[in-house]
Design a protein around this ligand. Structure first.
Ligand code: SF4
Length: 217
């Protein structure tokens, strides 16, 4: 039984994923730092497609914190109710918007500490905003990144924080943002949670996936 991939093998994995998914970007629709923050906050436990449908109706009404707080909780809920946890997400969106106005002159801050101090914003959301809106290197570990990177052996961790640390060690900083997307894309298109398509995964053919090498299927 293989216990780990070598450094060289991990490098080969990243090269294959980068070739499979060139020019990656978030599949959420957004046109400003505030829109990205709102979209990522709405995306917990739902799909980007569902979030895009919600924001397509919400952003024309409110795509700034000033406009958002003009809406009542019920008005915001009427737009986001089709996605999970909508009451809590609405509450956080409104509280976050108030805080942006009070503390940051209505702008989204660009430090982890300030982002994580906002209601409903955890480390993953902060990392997505830092890397995508501000080009500050960070690796956001969501459910796909956690599952796929640990299956392949890029990380060997039992929680998201340790997975992030493992990935930061193996991936060059200049690739952190793109690698997050490569791994998410792979998790959505090939290495799905319940039925990974190992037969059509180039990592299985190249013997570069620890789970497959150890007869994951
Ligand atoms: S070989 Fe299978 S388990 Fe490994 S990354 Fe590919 S699809 Fe996922």
């Amino acid at each position: 039984m293989r216990k780990r991939l070598t450094k060289k093998e991990k490098g080969s994995v990243l090269e294959i994923l980068s070739n499979l998914y060139p020019n990656p970007k978030t599949e959420l629709n957004w046109n400003s730092e505030y829109e990205l923050l709102v979209a990522v906050m709405l995306s917990a436990q739902t799909t980007d497609v569902a979030v895009n449908k919600v924001t397509a109706a919400l952003f024309p009404l409110a795509n700034t914190p000033e406009a958002m707080i003009q809406l009542t909780q019920a008005e915001v809920e009427s737009h986001v109710r089709r996605i999970g946890l909508f009451r809590n997400k609405t509450k956080n969106l409104l509280a976050m918007s108030h805080l942006l106005i009070e503390r940051h002159e209505g702008c989204v801050p660009n430090t982890r500490e300030e982002l994580e101090a906002l209601p409903g914003v955890g480390r993953k959301t902060a990392n997505v905003v830092l890397s995508n809106a501000f080009e500050i290197p960070a690796i956001a570990v969501d459910t796909h990144v956690f599952r796929v990177s640990n299956r392949i052996g890029l990380a060997q961790a039992t929680n998201v924080r340790k997975t992030e640390e493992d990935l930061m060690k193996v991936i060059p900083k200049s690739d952190w943002k793109d690698a997050h997307h490569w791994i998410i894309y792979h998790g959505r298109r090939v290495c799905m949670a319940r039925k990974p398509d190992c037969a059509n995964c180039p990592l299985s053919g190249e013997k570069l996936c620890l789970a497959h090498l150890n007869k994951f299927q």
